[in-house]
Design a protein around this ligand. Structure first.
Ligand SMILES: [Zn+2]
Ligand SMILES: [Zn+2]
Length: 393
């Protein structure tokens, strides 16, 4: 089993290296051998870059990685199709590294750990691709997603079609520019698209860029200017603070085109169940961050007073979970997570593993939980475990 995983990682590493080397080489070779960039081809590259990029941001990222809204089958298939054409491999592959990034952000188990510098977060992590170093994440929700399964089944056909055949054929049959369609529509376009996505991982986590209005718990920063070129994704401080929110930019100057698209789709019934954090929570995070910047202590789970809660014995806590309640215990406080488990950004299985158990270490030590996560937990507190009986866990 282990060697199968290692073989799979090796194969993926070479696929990544191949595409990262051949796309700029194709573009460079075409340009040096005099393949002219015609206006029609340039427009096609621009349209495919924007549309494909938005399929990654609204589809791969906000729909599948964070489940921040629900998409109708028509929209889901369109996003999978266009997203595959961006050369960023499968939805499952993308979701895995992205959830690991959120869950283990700025640690050794983060695939694009910002502490390792710009080169690593931008492209180095892909060239030295090593999934065995990432932390464990749950992607089991994708096993029952028919669109994800369809994409996996026909992955290489869809990839070849959408990445290379489609732009080349459009330019060839549209305005007789086969070479331009291949060089610019496939090679140059993919290289530009790769970099747009990587800039979110590199610039939006760089200490010299942007601002941290919501949290300095992670290295993520809001870089509104870059949002113009990344479909809104570089409003990254907000995103890391509230990862399940379908929005990344809140204000007009944060230019979150992906958000407006999702809102438009919801008007036409193509998107539903849009998850948005309340203005109160956002204001709370902003205030907390301001206090922190002024050297005051923010409101955290550790400092909260839970003395008003009813008490419960450990045996009673376990008994209730055995009869179907979704309860976890953190530092002696019992939380009911029934209404939150399916929204957990790291996947429901990570909470499922701790139902009826003590999740203190998992919450505080193993994962990078934000002040907002503490606030979500606090709203779901139900009881205090009697200290003397909270020892047999
Ligand atoms: Zn990030
Ligand atoms: Zn994300």
């Amino acid at each position: 089993m282990k060697s199968e995983l290692a073989r799979d990682a090796l194969r993926t590493r070479w696929i990544i290296r191949f595409s990262l080397i051949t796309t700029p080489l194709t573009a460079a070779f075409g340009i040096l051998s005099g393949v002219a960039l015609r206006t029609e081809t340039a427009l096609m590259v621009l349209v495919l870059h924007v549309v494909g990029g938005l399929a990654i941001t609204t589809g791969y990222h906000r729909l599948w990685a964070h489940r921040s809204y629900r998409a109708s089958p028509l929209l889901g298939y369109a996003l999978a199709l266009l997203g595959t054409g961006q050369g960023q491999l499968s939805i499952r592959w993308w979701v895995k590294h992205h959830r690991a990034h959120h869950r283990y952000v700025d640690t050794d188990r983060d695939p694009y750990d910002a502490r390792r510098g710009f080169y690593h977060t931008h492209i180095g992590w892909l060239l030295s691709y090593d999934p065995s170093s990432w932390g464990r994440v749950d992607v089991s929700d994708l096993d029952s997603d028919p669109i994800v399964l369809w994409q996996e089944r026909y992955f290489w056909y869809i990839t070849a079609c959408m990445m290379v055949v489609f732009p080349t054929a459009v330019a060839h049959f549209g305005w007789n520019d086969f070479k331009g369609g291949f060089v610019y529509g496939a090679g140059a376009r993919l290289w530009i698209s790769f970099n747009s996505t990587w800039f979110v991982n590199s610039i939006a986590h760089a200490s010299w860029a942007g601002s941290q209005p919501y949290s300095s718990h992670t290295s993520a920063r809001n870089v509104p200017l870059l949002a113009l070129f990344t479909g809104g994704e570089s409003n990254h401080n907000f995103h890391h603070t509230f990862p399940m929110d379908y929005r990344n930019g809140l204000y007009w100057y944060e230019s979150d085109i992906s958000r407006y698209l999702i809102e438009l789709w919801s008007i036409f019934g193509l998107a539903s169940n849009l998850k948005a954090v309340s203005p109160t929570e956002i204001e709370r995070a902003r205030r907390g961050q301001k206090q922190k910047q002024q050297q005051q202590q923010p409101d955290t789970l550790e400092e909260s007073d839970f003395s008003d809660l009813p008490s419960m014995s450990w045996a009673e806590f376990v008994l209730q979970t055995n009869s179907g309640y979704c309860l976890v215990c953190i530092r002696g406080v019992v939380y009911d997570l029934a209404d939150f488990i399916s929204d957990h950004p790291g996947g429901p299985a990570l909470i499922q593993d701790f139902i009826g158990k003590d999740a203190t270490e998992a919450f505080f030590t193993d994962n990078a939980h934000s002040a907002y996560a503490s606030s979500l937990l606090k709203a779901r507190r139900t009881a205090l475990v009697t200290p003397s009986e909270n020892s047999g866990r």
